[in-house]
Design a protein around this ligand. Structure first.
Ligand code: GDP
Length: 366
């Protein structure tokens, strides 16, 4: 008996080939783990960065942002080698509440800065970006014109971790961008909460974008943020909003008079502009130019950068120590136990802290 009855001699005109076996439903090649690309050598990355190669720069920034220890080590090596080539830029922090017009403004400020050539990196610090998946900050479509400019490098905020961690990554990215020849750096942050302090600790000039017409301009912002600002700019000074913007300008100016003198000796200025209609952009930039001329002349520019470098050293130590301490399992248990005792009034806060710390310090010696 043949496999197929149709192949019997009586059906002379018909023959059926033996079939092929069914392929498996799942492609066996795909179930294998994809092979990881080997990590490049630090020198290879540094070479690409110094040549201004954007792909290499992006790759290095990804390593800086990575949580994998081997990436961290490689990133540190690259940063170390890029450091002597960094520093030659204007670092400008830009903040404002959501809706203040940061994206619109950065788009036009960016093009203004690039009008005579040069390069611009736009970075962001948004500790909430895990929740929003980076959609508030750093989304390229927000800066439509700038993102198409060959001299611009736009990078979203590192995804969330502690604010300190996110900020450190941005700070390290600045080094890489500068080594790649970016002579203008914008660091953007949402004007709510603590991230302004972090941005302030890594920029030369801090620009606060404000809006008029809300009736409570001065109450709405935290005094601390205003005190950090080297320039306050009131956006959307167009159409019917010109009058209210000018009023807000006058209010901010008189409010600034009440603040103590700044360390730099610079008197923060207040200007009106419209990002959307591109009005007053050159004036904002002239103010920033004036600031840089002023602080380079009186030595504050260098002094502030040194202060920041020192601050970051201690900040990093602080962060790593905390991470090591709170990441210790036994410490966690002891903390829980002691917290219970403290809350039940059975142990003093200090005795509880001492017990946990003693365990931790002893464990370091072991
Ligand atoms: P961000 O959240 O701070 O980044 O703000 P956006 O740049 O996204 O701007 C928020 C809204 O304000 C958008 O609808 C913009 O079109 C609008 N906007 C931004 N700048 C101006 C401006 O100068 N004038 C006017 N009238 N609207 C503006």
């Amino acid at each position: 008996m043949t496999e197929h009855p149709e192949n019997d001699e009586q059906y002379a005109s018909l023959s059926v080939n033996s079939g092929v076996s069914q392929p498996p439903i799942v492609n066996p090649y795909l179930t294998r783990r994809p092979r990881r690309k080997p990590l490049p050598a630090a020198s290879e990355l540094v070479e690409g960065i110094l040549k201004g190669d954007i792909t290499t720069l992006s790759r290095a920034v990804t390593l800086v942002e990575s949580l994998a220890p081997e990436h961290y080590a490689l990133a540190q090596e690259v940063i170390e080698k890029c450091l002597p080539h960094s520093g030659n830029s204007r670092r400008i922090g830009i903040t404002g509440v959501p809706g203040a017009g940061k994206s619109t403004s950065i788009d036009v400020f960016g093009l203004h800065v690039l009008r005579d050539g040069g390069k611009l990196a736009v970075l962001a610090i948004d500790p909430s970006s895990e929740r929003t998946k980076g959609s508030i900050l750093g989304d390229k479509t927000r800066m439509e014109k700038l993102s198409q400019h060959p001299g611009a490098f736009i990078r979203p905020s590192p995804s969330a971790g502690s604010l300190g961690g996110v900020a450190r990554k941005t700070r390290e990215t600045i080094v890489l961008c500068e080594a790649a020849g970016y002579n203008n750096i914008f660091v953007e942050t949402v004007g709510v909460g603590q991230s302004e302090t972090a941005v302030h600790s890594m920029v030369d000039f801090f620009l606060l974008i404000q809006l008029a017409g809300t009736g409570d301009e001065l109450q709405g912002i935290k005094r601390g943020i205003m005190e950090m600002a080297d320039g306050i700019v009131i956006n959307k000074a167009d159409g019917d909003n010109v009058g209210p913007a000018q009023l807000a300008q006058a209010q901010f100016r008189s409010a600034l008079h009440l603040f103590p003198p700044t360390q730099s000796g610079w008197s923060p200025e207040v200007l009106c502009y419209s990002g959307y209609y591109e009005l007053g952009i050159a004036e904002v930039w002239e103010m920033i130019d004036r600031y840089f001329a002023f602080v380079k002349e009186n030595g504050y520019f260098e002094k502030k950068r040194q202060q920041q470098a020192r601050w970051w050293m201690y900040e990093t130590i602080d962060e790593q120590l905390r991470k090591n301490f709170f990441g210790n399992e036994r410490v966690e248990e002891l903390l829980k136990k002691n917290e219970g005792l403290v809350l039940a009034n059975r142990r003093s806060s200090f005795a509880a802290a001492a017990e946990v710390l003693k365990y931790y310090f002893d464990s370091l010696k072991a």
